[in-house]
Design a protein around this ligand. Structure first.
Ligand SMILES: [Zn+2]
Ligand SMILES: [Zn+2]
Length: 275
């Protein structure tokens, strides 16, 4: 974690004090993560094969095919459990159990990652129940533990990802969906992948989830007094994407931080019946 990243975090904590707790605990994980880098270099298949996939509109990898360094991710996840179980968080008991399970049962940890990559939330909920953790909490920690591997993978595939616009609403690298978006200073819309953190350019008007382009059934709302932060919604599929506008803010943080700093918008979206 470099100086710049820390500055973004401090600035967001000041600008949006409601998000301070979420940002601070993520900051602790990011520190543990920084000690861990670099993750082992991922082994990726021949470029030609990947280029064909991309041309045909498929992401470079899907689910369990993702060349992730599972050992490094498991070690990091166990470190998260160990660190967080020493704090006074409400879910401390569950974290202690998760730490014990993770250290003694590598199959359990491997199962957590597999469930995340296969989007098998039911399996993940079962594993979370085994250690009395909230499934959403385990999902967040598992995804975060995969980040160093994904950063390494992004560096290796950057050229292929950026060579021309990708017109799909799912991630060109891993096929997951966006959890955040931003408008660049030039007015382009960039989507941020909820799993691997890849960003890609997407149409300004349109729903990335169901591809609806009809302005009548698309809309947005914003929280009071928060110009530049919007929730774009689709009335057809009832999904939403939070968006930060670089033309309004002097600086925009890496989007995983912006996402943590806008949890209140998720609440508003859910209260309005979007998911
Ligand atoms: Zn992705
Ligand atoms: Zn939609």
């Amino acid at each position: 974690m470099n100086e710049e990243y820390l500055k973004h975090m401090d600035r967001l904590i000041q600008q949006r004090p409601g998000s301070a707790a979420a940002l601070r605990s993520y900051g602790e994980l990011a520190r543990l993560m920084a000690r861990d880098e670099p993750a082992h270099e991922p082994k990726i298949p021949k470029q030609n094969h990947l280029k064909t996939r991309r041309k045909e509109g498929f992401p470079l990898f899907v689910g369990e095919d993702l060349p992730v360094d599972f050992d490094a991710a498991a070690a990091l996840l166990n470190r998260f459990f160990a660190h967080l179980s020493r704090t006074d968080r409400e879910d401390r008991e569950g974290l202690i159990q998760a730490r014990e399970r993770g250290e003694n049962d590598p199959l359990w940890t491997g199962g957590v990652f597999k469930a995340i990559l296969k989007r098998d939330l039911k399996a993940l909920a079962v594993m979370a129940g085994q250690v009395r953790l909230d499934p959403q909490g385990l999902l967040f920690l598992g995804k975060t533990a995969l980040r160093p591997s994904f950063s390494a993978l992004r560096r290796l595939t950057e050229e292929m990802i950026n060579e021309k616009a990708w017109e799909q609403g799912y991630c060109p690298l891993c096929g997951f969906q966006p959890d955040m978006a931003c408008f660049t200073k030039a007015g382009k819309r960039r989507l941020h992948c909820e799993l691997c953190g890849t960003c890609w350019t997407f149409a300004r008007i349109g729903c990335p989830f169901c591809n609806n382009r009809d302005p009548e059934s698309l809309g947005f709302f914003e929280a009071q007094g928060e110009e530049g932060l919007r929730v774009y919604v689709c009335k057809i599929c009832r999904r939403y994407v939070k968006t930060v506008d670089s033309r309004v803010f002097e600086k925009v943080a890496p989007l995983e931080l912006e996402s943590l700093a806008t949890l209140h918008l998720d609440l508003i979206a859910e209260q309005n019946g979007y998911e």
